[in-house]
Design a protein around this ligand. Structure first.
Ligand SMILES: C[S@@+](CC[C@H](N)C(=O)[O-])C[C@H]1O[C@@H](n2cnc3c(N)ncnc32)[C@H](O)[C@@H]1O
Length: 230
């Protein structure tokens, strides 16, 4: 795949699509609310138009889990548009609940694989991408399943605007090193200002936390990484 020519090959997905049965309210939101805020790959040809306020800034979260980070950012930045991809249906239901409770109107959901979203978007359409605690693949023999690698860096580089932030975190040291090494080796991305590694010395205050991060914080302090699309 080149930067201009995304691969049409079918994408294999890693991770669960379903967990424990949804509570009645979650079921109701999946049935009635999700169709109002979900997007198809065809819709993504014009990303501003998937939002009713046609924002000039569009940010994308890959694997938003329960949607803690995405919902907080959407609340804090009502003029921006937030797109999230998550194939795990219980996570989608949790984000829908937050959107409903807080009347958040600036989030759109693709309930599937983020790689398909990156391929469907026009070039240079994203102002930021968030990839937080993405992988359960610490073993070397599963390294090719990790999200960050040459194929997805190509997809990201194509879809991100010049100057867009790629925000990443991991609490598994070999995975954090892997994400950092691959992104540093790609000259389309630069580490955030003042660093050679892209790593923050401590938790950036402007990053909303997630339940996943909180759960593991005591055991495994994460690495927080920022890179910018040149
Ligand atoms: C460990 S969880 C972290 C969730 C969230 N980012 C957080 O910090 O709370 C990783 C998530 O990535 C999702 N995921 C895995 N592969 C994905 C893909 N190709 N596209 C979108 N989401 C993906 C999983 O379903 C899972 O919910």
């Amino acid at each position: 795949m080149t930067e201009q020519t995304p691969s049409p090959a079918p994408l294999r997905l890693y991770g669960r699509r379903k967990g424990k049965p949804l509570r009645p309210r979650h079921q109701h939101l999946m049935q009635d609310f999700l169709p109002q805020v979900s997007v198809t790959l065809d819709d993504l040809a014009e990303p501003q138009k998937i939002f009713s306020h046609h924002p000039s800034t569009v940010m994308f979260e890959i694997g938003f889990g329960a949607g803690d980070h995405l919902a907080q950012l959407a609340h804090d930045m009502p003029n921006a548009g937030f797109l999230g991809a998550e194939p795990f249906m219980n996570g989608v239901a949790s984000l829908l609940k937050k959107m409903d409770d807080q009347a958040l109107t600036n989030i759109r959901i693709f309930a599937g694989d983020a790689r398909m979203v990156l391929e469907a978007l026009p070039p240079q359409s994203l102002d930021a991408v968030f990839l937080l605690f993405p992988d359960p693949w610490p073993k070397n023999r599963h390294a090719n399943r990790r999200f960050i690698g040459p194929d997805n860096l190509n997809r990201l580089a194509r879809a991100m605007k010049s100057g867009a932030e790629l925000r990443m975190a991991s609490d598994v040291p070999p995975l954090a090193t892997w994400m950092q090494k691959h992104t540093l080796a790609d000259d389309r991305f630069a580490p955030h200002a003042g660093t050679e590694s892209g790593q923050w010395p401590h938790r950036p205050a402007h990053w909303p936390t997630t339940r996943y991060e909180q759960k593991n914080l005591a055991k495994h302090p994460p690495a927080w990484l920022s890179f910018y699309r040149r």
